[in-house]
Write a protein that binds this ligand. Structure first.
Ligand SMILES: Cc1cc2nc3c(=O)[nH]c(=O)nc-3n(C[C@H](O)[C@H](O)[C@H](O)COP(=O)(O)O)c2cc1C
Length: 235
């Protein structure tokens, strides 16, 4: 592979959270390609517990902007994308992976998607199986390394959110590489957003992304990060 570090560095360094966009639209094919790149993100067990709700129609954008507390990054965005996690789609997706597997399914893969994922992710009615697993793992964990989760609905949401956040970053970097800007947002009323977008019951909004062409005054503050010595530890 050729050395792409300069291009990557430029994209990462120039991506900023942009809070004000111009009226320019993002071509449909650009959004489609950015979403295609988004889902090339690494994801847990390749179970792909993500969904993306792309909102460009004015009426829905207005409703969503209100649910995002009228943040300018939402109000002025050409497109709003809800990055949505699914805490229960793993079961269906495990089967789908087997159905769509290219060629013969290796026995280890079949066993993983028919047995292991059930042991890892089944929570049962009212989370009872997850809770039982938690107790069992706490005991067994006294003697050997064991998985320490997910043991609850919240655990499954955290599990899905990790994967969705990676896709969100891919999406924002891809937009930047195409010359468009974005702003990730967690400032929104989740109950209202889910009502507007009509999710399945196990879906939840990981973040909203406002996207468009950044206005000249769209970046509010200079970029600032703490020195890595506060965050990076050599062990
Ligand atoms: C999960 C998440 C939620 C965020 N929520 C908001 C938000 O609601 N509104 C906003 O203006 N910026 C939001 N941001 C953007 C951050 O404020 C921004 O990334 C940070 O200040 C660093 O600036 P930079 O992205 O330009 O490097 C969010 C970022 C992340 C990752």
């Amino acid at each position: 592979m050729t050395n792409h570090i300069e291009a990557l560095r430029e994209i990462i360094e120039t991506r900023r959270s942009v809070r004000r966009f111009t009226d320019e639209e993002i071509p449909r094919e650009v959004i489609e390609e950015c979403l295609r790149l988004a889902i090339l993100a690494p994801n847990s067990s390749n179970l792909q517990p993500w969904e993306f709700y792309v909102v460009s129609s004015e009426n829905e954008r207005k409703q969503l902007a209100a649910a995002c507390f009228q943040q300018r990054a939402a109000k002025t965005a050409a497109v709003l994308i809800a990055v949505v996690g699914r805490s229960k789609s793993w079961k269906e997706n495990a089967q789908k992976l087997l159905n769509e597997w290219p060629g013969d399914i290796p026995p280890a893969v079949e066993s993983y998607y028919t047995k292991t994922v059930k042991l890892l992710y089944t929570q049962g009615p009212l989370g009872i199986l997850g809770f039982a697993r938690k107790i069992m793992m706490t005991v067994v964990g006294l003697f050997r390394p064991v998985p320490r989760g997910p043991f609850s609905k919240q655990g499954m949401q955290t599990w899905a959110a990790k994967t969705c956040a990676l896709a969100a970053e891919n999406l924002m970097l891809a937009l930047k590489a195409h010359g468009y800007d974005s702003c990730p947002m967690e400032g929104f009323d989740e109950k209202r957003v889910r009502k507007i977008l009509g999710y399945p019951s196990d879906a939840f909004t990981v973040m909203m992304i406002g996207a468009g062409k950044g206005a000249a005054d769209g970046i509010y503050y200079p970029r600032m990060r703490f020195d890595s010595k506060h965050h990076v530890f050599e062990v």
